[in-house]
Design a protein around this ligand. Sequence first.
Ligand code: ATP
Ligand code: MG
Length: 389
Amino acid sequence: MEVILLKLGEIVLKGLNRRTFEDMLVKTVRRRLRHAGEFDVKTLQSTIYVVPKNEDSDMDMAENIVSKIFGIVGYARAGGCEKAIEEIQKRAAEYLRDDLESAATFKVETKRSDKKFPLQSPEVSNLVGGYLLEQYPHLTVDVRNPDFIVNVEVREDHAYVHTTPKKGAGGIPVGTGGRGAVLISGGLDSPVAAWTMAKRGVQLVPIHFSSPPYTSELAHRKVENLLRKVSGYAGRMQMISVEFTKLQEAIRDNCPGDLNTVILRRYMLRAAEKIAELEGCGALITGESLGQVASQTMQAIACTDAVVSMPVFRPLIGSDKSEIVKTAYQIDTYDISIEPYEDCCTIFTPKHPRTKPKLHHIEFAEKNFDGESLMMEAIENRKFIDISP
Ligand code: ATP
Ligand code: MG
C-alpha cells in the first residue's frame, strides 16, 4: 500500500477556525484529485491521507496536484504496512530501496502517534536502522549530517515509511480568504499577482479587458492559457471578458493623448468594481509594481484609485521585476507571458504618457464624452469563460 501524507501548515494555528479550514482543504484535495483517479481522502492527527482506491489511480499525477494546493506545507509519498516491527523493517528496506542504494549515510527518525504501540520511538529507530545496515552493508549511520533520513510514523491505522517530505505550496486554503476580482492582462505581473493572493486564501474572479479588432483572438487565448496555469493552484474559476473597444476609441478621440492611459485604467477599475460587486467580491487585485511604468507612479496610482471605494490589493507593489520573473518561472506562466501579443493597454498609447497626472486635469478630460454609458454597455455584454487546469 502506498499513500500520500499531506502536512497542514499555518491553518493548524487558527484556533477555532481550524475545523472550517481543514474541511475546506479536504474538500479541495478531494475535488482536485478526481482528475487522477479514485482516492480516499481523510484527516487524522493533523495529517491528510490520500489513499488510492485501486490500481488505476495515478499517484504521480496525484503528487503533482497536491504539490499545488495552498494550505499544505509538505507532502510525502509513503509506504504503509501493518504495525509490527518486522513489517516496518521489511517495508523500509523495500520501499526506500533506490534512496538507500544511492546514499552513503543515513539515520532513522520515528514518530509514534499511536501511544499504545509496544515499542518506544528510539527503539523503533534502532531496530529499523539495524535491519537496514544488514540489508545494505555499504551504509553507515550518521545522526548529525546524514545523506538521507528514513522517517517511520507509527499511526493509529498503520505504520508508514517515507523520506524527508517535499515542500508544499504553503499559504492558506483557497476560499478561506473571501473572493477577489483580479484584473488580468497577458503580461508577466498580473498572473503572479493573482497567484500571490490565491496563496492567501482568495478565491479568484479574473476580469480581462480586450479591444477587438485592435487586440486579437490570440491575445485573448493567451490570457486564458495564463489563467489555466494559475488555476492549477487557485482552482477552477470563471473568467469575465469585457470588450472595451468603443470606450477606448472614445477616449482616444476625446481626451488629451498624454492622459489616455490613466483614463483607460480608471475605467478598468470602475468596471472591475461594478463586476466585483455583482460577483460578491470584497477586493480588487492588480499586478502593479511601483515605478515600473508611467501609469504606476504614486501620482498615477492615486488617480486610478480615486474612482473606486473597494480596497485594491497590489501584492507586487514592492517587488522587483527579477522577483516577479522568478515567481513566473516557478508557476510556469513565464513562457506564455512573453508571447508577443498586444494588450489593450498598449494600443493608442501616447509617446509620452504623463508620469505625474493631476486629478483635476483627468476629471476635466473625462467630461468630454459619455464614458459611463459605454462602460455600462461593455459590462452588460460581458462573457464568461470556464477555466480549469
Ligand atoms: P502586466 O504585466 O500584469 O500586464 P504591466 O506591467 O504590463 O502589468 P500595466 O499594463 O500598466 O502594467 O497594467 C497594470 C495592471 O493593470 C496589470 O497588472 C493588470 O492588473 C491591469 N491590467 C492591465 N491591462 C489589463 C487588461 N487588458 N485587462 C485587465 N486588467 C489589465
Ligand atoms: Mg501589461
